[in-house]
Design a protein around this ligand. Structure first.
Ligand code: NAI
Length: 340
């Protein structure tokens, strides 16, 4: 049976990287078909809404989406589509595996950690208002329900994937109530997983430790805003934003996306690195049970990186997005079993 996937090409480099990834997935022999939907500025222009109901219905029906990055105007204009999507579908767990790729300049080539970020609340919920002119208030919401749910997700993931430790990073020394509650929920949930080590660090120290001795971390559990920042920091440890995948997971569905944004500085030039979205696509195929095609793509991608002849500019090469995708497709065909 074919899986139907909601495809959101996105803005900026989104259409370039998503068409490369669609071509690779189709060449892998995966049993998939696509339902394309627009969000953000494109949807606003076409349908008068940045997050059209049709798009949400499509994800609820298909239970899975692959999403390119979407531009969010800074300081004015519409609110973040990414945040809206996560809220509308209650995609409460943001998963970001961080692993270096062969032959890609990285500070920590051996690093292999996973960032689990709470995705629905915290300061990131964007609840802000002007108290009086010149004074604004931004509200940080942390609930026992969401904190317990995400902690459980992290420990379940650790158990399923054979990981050894979950580290909660927080600022409970200063935000005693909000971060204190997040930490308390983490500690409570950890008691149900005695085989998995549970520890915690204050987030500023955790950042320094990440830069100096990242191998001490295995799974990191963070609130929404810290998780957003720390996951980009982790991407930097293994070679940059063009490489790292991400998934937003909830009961109603899962949206797989790259960690990077729409990169307006290089949009339209055909030079973006599609690896991050491709790795998200690999996570998506595994989530769908399409393990054969996922492994085939991953092995071919790793081979292309190992050979090092075809690489995009952000990692020191000259290849275009299209040429890089072609190299992976050719590699799959060479390995046999691909439908290229
Ligand atoms: P960005 O991630 O778009 O770009 C940061 C830097 O990384 C730029 O120099 C860019 O050229 C480079 N870069 C990013 N992805 C790349 C790739 N695949 N290949 C090669 N180079 C790559 O971050 P920025 O500039 O802060 O944000 C631009 C827009 O993207 C904003 O509107 C922001 O709101 C949005 N955004 C969307 C996200 C999403 O849809 N999930 C996530 C982050 C930002």
């Amino acid at each position: 049976m074919k899986h139907t996937i909601t495809l959101i090409p996105g803005d900026g480099i989104g259409p370039e990287v998503s068409s490369a990834v669609v071509r690779i997935i189709e060449a892998s022999g995966a049993e998939v078909q696509w339902e394309t939907h627009y969000a953000g500025a494109q949807a606003l222009e076409k349908f008068g809404n940045t997050l059209p109901e049709d798009l949400l219905e499509s994800i609820k029906r298909n239970k899975v989406a692959l999403k390119g990055p979407i531009t969010t105007p800074v300081g004015k204009g519409f609110t973040s589509v990414n945040v809206g999507l996560r809220k509308a579908l209650d995609l409460y767990a943001n998963l970001r595996p961080v692993r270096a790729l062969p032959n890609v300049p990285a500070r920590y080539p051996e690093l292999d950690l996973v960032v689990v970020r709470e995705n629905t609340e915290d300061l990131y919920a964007g609840i802000e208002h002007v108290v009086v002119p010149g004074v604004v208030e931004s509200i940080k919401i942390i609930t026992e329900k969401a904190s317990t749910r995400i902690a459980r997700y992290a420990f379940e993931y650790a158990r399923r994937e054979g990981r050894r430790k979950v580290t909660c990073a927080h600022k409970a020394n200063i935000m005693k109530l909000s971060d204190g509650l997040f930490l308390e929920c983490f500690r409570n949930v950890s008691k149900d997983y005695p085989e998995i080590e549970a520890d915690d660090k204050i987030v500023d120290n955790a950042c320094m430790q990440l830069v100096m001795r990242p191998e001490q971390f295995d799974i990191m559990l963070l609130e929404n805003l810290y998780g957003d920042i720390v996951s980009d920091l982790c991407a930097g440890l293994v070679g940059g934003l063009g490489l790292v995948p991400g998934a937003n997971i909830g009961e109603q569905g899962a949206v797989f996306e790259a960690v990077h944004g729409s990169a307006p500085d290089i949009a339209g030039q055909g030079i973006a690195n599609p690896t991050a979205l491709l790795q998200s696509g690999i996570l998506m195929l595994r989530h769908l049970g399409e393990r054969g095609p996922a492994d085939r793509i991953e092995q071919s991608m790793l081979k292309v990186f190992t050979e090092g002849r075809v690489r995009t500019r952000d990692i020191g090469g000259t290849a275009s997005t299209y040429e890089f995708a072609d190299a992976i497709i050719a590699q799959m065909a060479q390995q046999g079993g691909a439908a290229a």
